[in-house]
Design a protein around this ligand. Structure first.
Ligand code: COA
Length: 702
């Protein structure tokens, strides 16, 4: 066997290594070998050297580190004058080589990485490789000829599926589709071996397959179904152009890509992508994390069970403790049912489900939490109970173990103090169902140690959550903003608007495009859950002392209209179907009379403004008060946890696109319209100031 070239060690993004008459171009651009200007220049130089050395019989393109190229460098897209041309010219040059070129694939071969591989004459993949064209998730299309090469190689149907879903496929499927030629565990060596006698198969020269017509129909239907995603619309002419001469198809793709880059949905989605990664970098938490190998969860209710599953799904053993045998049994059977449902829906094999389930062991013995590296307490949301449990955990948990209190409203500092070791403590706010919902608010207490925070942020990533750090305040980031949104939704109902009218505006992609409007959301979450918190908040003196404040929700709580689970809420339910509920609308009218709320006609625009603008105003207060670290964090909370559409970029990105000056003017307008006795419409100084200076809250993506 000829000597194998070794991966490059320092500095350079691309190195050409020669061994045994074969050249290897090593890309080394951590963390994910994204294609940057430096990588393109390095590849071009490497090709120069390869072309000049006729003694070499072939070329392998390989990567150092954890993955083959995982895409174009997203941060580069926002640089002025960016175009995919230099990379595309390089791909053409690779494909035109007169000696074979093979890509050695492993890790996540995504976007520009897959397009690079498609320009080679052959592809060998590690069996664990995953491949995809995720550009659509950024509101884009593949811009380096993916729309042109993939249909030629794998057929239109596979190309449409991969491009329009943005999902990844496994190596086996890629092999079956002809996207890769062979699977081998040691890919670089296998790629070298594959060079011998490999025909110079140039994908751009292949005849397009004949499955175009039905697939184009599907592509048109997909575009019509989601008109707010222009990438789907732009995909149709790109696929149509595959049948035309190569250069024409390439031009169609390039024009579409550049239009999409500048489009609002793509700028928004790129903002969310970068904001999610920025949120993981927490100021003041750059300490080394503590090791976490064993988890504990206290409280086997819906939340505790979901948290245990989230951890077990990521490979962590979990001790689940409940104070009552009945509670534990119910909790474990809910977990069993959740896994069984996943198996039934084909989301998990029975073996994988059994393996995950086996990582959760239930017990009534609190002392069993002693060896855990981190314990998440998820007992009922009641301060006295939380405090007593905190005292106990402070004793039971081993020194250095982290104690998290899972809460959506309670004072994390008070709970931390009760443990007697507040440095080890923080709050977590998982969203239900915790094994599915991506958002995790991590609540940093006054005394939370930097390494406690760093550990929990690491754990969040491990269990697949989008984690955002919040300071301690009522509702943290998400629910504090949601309070303003709910307040206006209910105020408008007292003024005569129906829940359906308000939800319709919230859900319409012409206005916001929320997954669920405010009333539908509260009916699902439980009116009682929402009302209880509001009642406590008002009772504690922090909430508005306005007798009409969320009076509809508070009264529904008393009358037992608790939403979907009781069949009666803002809507009435026939199964899962939400129908208009004359009783609740009648109640709203009675309460309006009692509280002297004047009826009013609501244009869609007013509904939109009254839902969104007070939330933006509250977000500005959250930023000014240091509760959120950055505006992008707030957008992550709403896109990952509250069904705010990613293509709007979150409430703050959307506010920036609307213009902060317009938002301030409208808040002032409503202050004048309604009077402002409780300060609901008082513009946060930060917002007024930014608006006056013509600035944005979020960074502008060009
Ligand atoms: N461009 C620039 N940086 C990228 C990147 C890209 N295409 N993809 C990932 N990164 C960076 C992340 O910002 C992060 O950097 P940080 O650690 O400094 O915050 C780092 O790589 C790791 O990414 P992360 O997502 O945290 O790791 P992961 O292992 O969970 O996932 C990927 C890795 C590649 C699967 C995931 O990052 C991904 O899907 N990236 C997008 C790929 C893509 O859309 N490519 C097409 C672009 S057109």
């Amino acid at each position: 066997m000829p000597p194998m070239p070794s991966p490059p060690r320092e500095g350079t993004a691309v190195t050409l290594r020669r061994a045994g008459g074969i050249a290897t171009l090593w890309i080394d651009n951590p963390p994910v070998n994204a294609i940057s200007a430096r990588v393109i220049a390095g590849l071009a130089e490497g090709l120069d050297a390869f072309e000049a050395d006729r003694s070499l019989t072939g070329l392998v393109i390989a990567c150092a580190g954890r993955t083959f190229v995982a895409g174009g460098d997203i941060t580069m897209f926002d640089q002025p004058g960016f175009t995919p041309r230099p990379f595309n010219a390089l791909l053409a040059r690779i494909e035109a080589q007169d000696r074979p070129v093979v890509a050695a694939l492993f890790g996540t071969v995504l976007g520009g990485g897959l397009e690079l591989a498609l320009a080679c004459h052959g592809r060998v993949a590690d069996p664990a490789t995953r491949l995809g064209l995720p550009e659509i998730t950024l509101g884009l299309l593949p811009g380096s000829l993916g729309t042109q090469r993939l249909p030629r190689l794998a057929g239109y149907a596979a190309a449409l599926r991969m491009i329009s879903s943005g999902g990844m496929i496994g190596a086996e499927e890629a092999l079956a589709l002809g996207i890769v030629d062979a699977l081998a565990p040691e890919v670089t060596g296998a790629a070298r071996a594959a060079l011998a006698g490999l025909p110079l198969r140039r994908v751009s020269g292949l005849t397009p397959p004949d499955d175009a017509a039905p697939v184009l129909e599907q592509a048109r239907a997909a575009a019509a179904a989601r008109p707010w995603l222009p990438a789907l619309t732009e995909l149709v002419p790109c696929l149509e152009a595959v049948a035309r001469p190569w250069a024409e198809g390439a031009a169609v793709e390039e024009a579409a890509f550049l239009r999409l880059m500048a489009s609002a949905p793509s700028r928004a989605l790129r903002h969310v992508f970068l904001a999610e990664r920025a949120a993981a970098r927490v100021p003041g938490a750059d300490a080394a994390p503590r090791p976490v190998a064993q988890m504990g969860v206290l409280g086997a209710g819906t939340m505790g069970g979901g948290i245990a599953m989230a951890c077990a799904n990521a490979g962590l053993p979990v001790t689940l403790v409940d104070a009552s045998a009945a509670g534990l049994e119910r909790g474990l059977s809910l977990i069993d049912a959740a896994y069984a449902a996943m198996v039934k829906r084909g989301r998990l094999t029975p073996e994988a489900a059994a393996k995950r389930r086996a990582r959760i062991s239930g017990t009534l013995d609190m002392a069993a939490l002693g060896p855990a590296d981190m314990v998440i307490e998820a007992v009922f949301e009641d301060m006295a109970l939380k405090l007593s449990v905190a005292r106990e955990l402070g004793q039971v948990c081993k020194p250095g173990a982290i104690i998290a209190t899972n809460t959506s409203t309670l004072d994390v500092d008070a709970i931390a103090a009760a443990t007697g070791r507040p440095g080890d403590v923080l709050g977590t706010h998982f969203f239900s169902p915790a094994q599915i919902m991506r958002l995790l608010e991590v609540v940093r207490g006054r005394d939370t140690a930097p390494d406690t925070l760093a550990t929990v942020m690491g754990l969040a990533k491990r269990i697949g959550k989008a984690a955002v750090v919040s300071g301690v305040c009522y509702g943290f980031i998400g629910n504090r903003m949601a309070e303003a949104y709910m307040r206006e939704s209910e105020a408008m109902q007292l003024e005569g608007a129906s829940p359906g009218q308000i939800d319709g505006v919230a859900e319409s992609p012409d206005w916001i495009g929320m997954a669920m409007g405010p009333s539908r959301m509260l009916d699902m979450a439980g009116v009682d859950v929402g009302a209880r918190t509001v009642i406590e908040w008002i009772k504690g003196g922090q909430g508005p002392q306005d007798p009409a404040y969320r009076i509809l929700c508070r009264t529904m709580f008393e009358t037992g209209a608790h939403g979907q689970k009781t069949g009666q809420g803002y809507y009435r339910y026939a199964g899962r179907e939400a129908l208009a509920n004359p009783e609740t609308q009648g109640l709203a009218a009675r309460l309006a009379a009692e509280h002297h709320v004047a009826a009013r006609a609501h244009a869609d625009e007013e509904i939109f403004e009254r839902l969104l603008f007070p939330m933006v105003n509250e977000a500005a207060a959250i930023l000014a008060g240091g509760i959120a670290n950055r505006p992008g964090d707030i957008d992550v909370v709403w896109t990952a946890g509250y069904g705010f559409p990613g293509w709007r970029g979150g409430p703050l990105f959307m506010a920036d696109e609307i213009g902060l000056d317009r938002i301030v003017a409208r808040l002032d307008h409503y202050a004048a319209t309604f009077g402002n006795p409780y300060g609901y419409w008082t513009v946060t100084p930060l917002l007024r100031d930014l608006a006056a200076r013509g600035q944005r809250l979020t960074r502008s993506a060009s």
